[in-house]
Design a protein around this ligand. Sequence first.
Ligand SMILES: C[S@@+](CC[C@H](N)C(=O)[O-])C[C@H]1O[C@@H](n2cnc3c(N)ncnc32)[C@H](O)[C@@H]1O
Length: 333
Amino acid sequence: MGNNHSSSSRVNRHNNGAMKLRNKKSKQQLMEREENKESAKLKFHLPKNDQDIDRMQLQHFLFKHIWDDKNYSSPIEQRLKSGDCKVLDAGCGPGAWLLEMSTQHPSTRFHGVDIAAVFPSEIKPTNLNFHQCDINQGLPFKDNYFDFVRMSLMSTSLKINQWVNVIRELVRVLKPGGYLELIESGVQVYNAGPHFTFMVKNIISFKNSNELSVYITNQIPSILSSIPSLTDIQSDFRVIPIGPLGGQSGLIYGDLLDMYFTNKLKDVLPKCMNITEKEYLDLWDRCQLEFKIHAATTKLFRFWAQKVVVTDDDDDDDDENIEEGVGIDQLIN
Ligand SMILES: C[S@@+](CC[C@H](N)C(=O)[O-])C[C@H]1O[C@@H](n2cnc3c(N)ncnc32)[C@H](O)[C@@H]1O
């Protein structure tokens, strides 16, 4: 009995020790998992991996196709052809738009900036330069420098309170008479089935909890209107079909969404929805089945505006401001 007791208490002690170790280990694993999820959340604004970069490139070609094969809506055709024209793409990602545009317009100088160096460093046209920088810290260009400035698909990169300052910074580097163009897809989906509607609802919660603007496409017109140096503010949209009922474009966008949900969103959405990764992927499978019976769509928006042309008097003031306005050490000419 005594032996039994002592051996059982030994076993218990051993078990307790193992349990404590297991608890400690699982606690540590849990903490590590939480930390990984947190860091996935913090890194959400960055391209995740090669598949994510491929997705952005493919998406560029699809969105151009959906927009009647036009790479921009601003009336800048003549400037691009005339030479001595300068163009900036802010948050350019892998630079698909820039690579195409700089090849088509060899006498125009193109610049791309992105916080992550996911753009090509060597194999690119000579009239195209990339710079790694955080647009929230200001752009490394002097005032009134570009004829055309664009920024595309930044709704998961910029927080609500960053949009106004970033747009002001884009306007700062734009020449009077030049055009600013913003491109964003809407978060709303139309004719979606119940599973995809549920998924989108959770994307909205995720965006809200990360201070990302859910309805930025509704807010951009008033942000642009609030900037006195912008005039002639215009917008337009195209419908993006989702899934096989939307023809070839729908099939391609369905594939792009599949890449997005099973790669990038997989790091953050299951936690936000309080479900396991497997449950999340099963739900996504059900969404894909739904696309075969619900012709779901979403919208792609473009907003563009012109920077007011300054009078001679204003011009004098601007000359004085050229160095002050920049606030950044390295000026790119
Ligand atoms: C969704 S991607 C869009 C890429 C490209 N504009 C397009 O339309 O395909 C967002 C890009 O913004 C970049 N980005 C995020 N935050 C940024 C910041 N603060 N400054 C500069 N680039 C940023 C990311 O690295 C990423 O390449």
